[in-house]
Design a protein around this ligand. Structure first.
Ligand code: SF4
Ligand code: SF4
Ligand code: SF4
Length: 135
């Protein structure tokens, strides 16, 4: 069964950014520059936070927007073919939830691959891998 990363309890998010730091470490790097998950203020201290990460659209706008076929469907979500990518950022603009991050150094998009590493680092159970049918 395929599994998709989900934000299961955003009320418990404290903006510690451990999820994003863990994601960037997939590439053996510190910092947040290559993280595919982001945490933003929901608009005021009382409102808490919004965790922004790919929702694995069934008909992905990011894929449709790419002019060179550098975004492909994956078992869950999408994958970026970096060798094919020309760095136009159309995928960034197309994602309705702003879940395509941008690697400034390489000039390429970064999109969640639904590995779930971030969920293992979240100390408050905000994130989880959930089984999805048909994937
Ligand atoms: S990056 Fe955005 S548009 Fe692309 S599959 Fe994920 S949520 Fe959908
Ligand atoms: S930045 Fe790369 S992956 Fe994104 S739409 Fe442009 S060519 Fe495609
Ligand atoms: S690790 Fe969990 S609590 Fe910390 S910012 Fe990420 S989702 Fe929020």
């Amino acid at each position: 069964m395929a599994r998709r990363l989900s934000v299961v309890d955003v009320e418990r998010c404290v903006d510690c950014l451990l999820c994003a730091l863990a994601c960037a470490r997939r590439f053996g790097e510190g910092g947040l520059a290559r993280s595919a998950i982001a945490v933003r203020s929901a608009g005021g201290v009382e409102r808490g936070f919004v965790v922004v990460v790919c929702r694995a659209c069934s008909d992905p706008p990011c894929l449709a927007a790419c002019p060179v076929g550098a975004v492909e469907k994956a078992r869950v979500g999408v994958k970026v073919l970096a060798d094919r990518c020309i760095g136009c950022r159309a995928c960034v603009a197309a994602c309705p939830i702003g879940a395509v991050a941008w690697d400034e150094e390489r000039g390429k998009p970064v999109i969640c691959v639904h590995c779930g590493l971030c969920a293992t680092f979240c100390p408050h159970g905000v994130l989880a891998l959930e089984e999805v049918g048909g994937g």
